[in-house]
Design a protein. Structure first.
Length: 194
């Protein structure tokens, strides 16, 4: 995998463990010639991982919608910045660029992008590996919710298993490199006459 999209917070969080993890991820990417595809920000976790990679002359590609491009948010020193008109277009561009997806600690935006990637995988639109770095057990309740969805019949176990989980970036990249997308069942189109 040469290019990985990382979804993470525009905040650093209260616990320094999350910022430290972003530095570890950035160093791993730079040391292994993995390009970062991300939201283009200079703040929070996004800024930390981008700055870490840039310090080692790694490649950082930002994709940012015009409405977020103002001085306080957009990173001006990354390798390449791609502007889009809408948030939805940003997701399309990231999807085209990335070989896989990783989520680190974050908020609504992180979960939105993570679940969109999972949905694309579930529908067979993409077959890319999707992982979460479960630093400090940050995603434990999210994972529990997925288990409840399986238990209650709203999510197939093979789709639940598309989400790769690890506590270190090394373990997560290993799982992503060895990932095989689930085979989809036959889709039957049904027309309902009213």
């Amino acid at each position: 995998m040469n290019k990985i999209a990382v979804f993470c917070g525009s905040s650093k969080g209260f616990n320094t463990i999350y910022a430290n993890e972003a530095i570890l991820v950035g160093n791993y990417f730079a040391d292994n010639n993995i390009s970062l595809i991300y939201g283009g920000g200079k703040i929070g976790m996004m800024g930390i991982i981008a700055d870490t990679i840039l310090k080692k002359n790694g490649e950082v590609i930002g994709v940012i919608p015009e409405l977020l491009r103002h001085e306080e948010v957009a990173h001006k020193e990354i390798t390449k910045m791609i502007l889009t008109k809408k948030m939805s277009k940003r997701k399309v561009v990231i999807s085209k660029l990335a070989d896989g997806y990783i989520a680190l600690a974050g908020g609504f935006g992180t979960l939105d992008e993570l679940f969109e990637a999972l949905t694309l995988g579930q529908l067979g639109i993409e077959n890319k590996p999707i992982g979460i770095l479960n630093t400090n057990n940050f995603f434990d309740f999210t994972l529990k919710q997925l288990d409840v969805m399986v238990e209650e019949g709203f999510l197939k176990i093979e789709n639940r298993d598309m989400l790769l989980v690890a506590n270190t970036i090394e373990e997560l990249i290993f799982k992503m490199t060895n990932y095989t997308a689930p085979k989809l069942g036959k889709v039957v189109n049904t027309v309902v006459n009213k």
